[in-house]
Write a protein that binds this ligand. Structure first.
Ligand SMILES: [Zn+2]
Length: 314
């Protein structure tokens, strides 16, 4: 996974801020804790523009994408993926789906893309992602490999619905793996994405030696002091943020870097195969009724157009 960099080298060299999306990860405290931190500002900007998101849906999807990226630090194989699907009923947002695929690809969507049209004039707009999603629903976490057909899926009930807390709850409930996870998106007053990122600190399975005080230190840093998206918006680098929350005197780990970006794998061929599965009769009826055969990729909003004759040649 990318190059190995000693964090101390970065501290010496650092003059200008990081300006690209990436994740850095490593093992700390005698390899008893996994730590991963990411910047996904440009990825969230791309998602916002592709899906025409409003501020609340940008924050919701951005937190999910950032969380998925750091969850990716637990994956090993080249084509491994992790997908988080928040499904809610009753409030404004009904689906948030984010996916990380090795090495470094992120994609996702949120339904609806804009909640503005759903807010009745008598109601006040939701002030948080939690309010927009509501607390009735589930989080499904799917892990697997693109080249294999048997993913593992775990489903938990929604908790706070501020995204990162629910994923930390999933790790504890489904994998018995204590995990500290913080994710944030910082917007300007006009809704522009200024900073987005996440941090994950996780106990390595089977290692019981870690001092509870160390975990408490990181938990407090992430919940009270971190404000990762604001720091990224100010141009602070991932290494600087990481060194600021590290315990003084703890040995600095070798960290690995992985570039990140919004990347969808949809194609004309894949979309054609999905349409063909509807059957010739249904396709001809739809083409006659609507005048065209059009399909849109949920993950990137790209539109694909076909004719029945084209599809039948596949
Ligand atoms: Zn796509």
């Amino acid at each position: 996974m990318g190059n190995t960099i000693n964090i101390n080298d970065y501290k010496k060299k650092e003059k200008k801020p990081d300006c690209k999306d990436e994740m850095i990860q490593g093992l700390i405290h005698n390899k008893s804790l996994r730590i991963a931190i990411c910047r996904v500002t440009d990825t969230v900007k791309t998602a916002q523009s592709l899906h025409k998101l409003d501020p609340v849906t940008t924050i919701a999807l951005g937190r999910a994408l950032a969380s998925c990226a750091v969850m990716g630090s637990t994956l090993k194989r080249e084509d491994a993926y992790v997908q988080c699907h928040f499904k809610a009923d009753g409030a404004y947002i009904s689906n948030i789906l984010a996916e990380y695929i090795q090495p470094g690809s992120l994609r996702g969507f949120v339904n609806p893309a804009q909640i503005g049209p759903l807010i009745k004039s008598a109601d006040s707009a939701p002030q948080s992602v939690g309010e927009a999603v509501g607390n009735q629903g589930t989080l499904s976490v799917k892990t697997g490999h693109k080249s294999a057909s048997n993913p593992y899926t775990a489903i938990c009930k929604l908790q706070s619905v501020e995204i990162a807390e629910d994923i930390a709850h999933y790790y504890l409930e489904s994998e018995q793996c204590p995990t500290i996870l913080g994710a944030g998106v910082h917007l300007s007053k006009s809704g522009e994405v200024l900073g987005a990122g996440a941090i994950l600190i996780q106990k390595i399975a089977g290692d019981e030696d870690i001092d509870e005080e160390i975990l408490e230190h990181y938990e407090q840093q992430v919940s009270d002091n971190l404000h990762i998206s604001e720091k990224l918006a100010k141009g602070e680098s991932l290494h600087k943020i990481l060194s600021d929350i590290s315990i003084v005197g703890s040995p600095e780990p070798n960290m690995q870097a992985q570039p990140l970006g919004f990347n969808c794998f949809c194609s004309h061929q894949r979309m054609a195969m999905a349409l063909i599965s509807l059957g010739e009769e249904e396709l001809r009826r739809t083409e006659l009724e609507i005048g065209k055969l059009e399909t849109v990729c949920h993950f990137c909003s790209k539109t694909y157009n076909f004719s029945v004759e084209q599809l039948l040649k596949h």
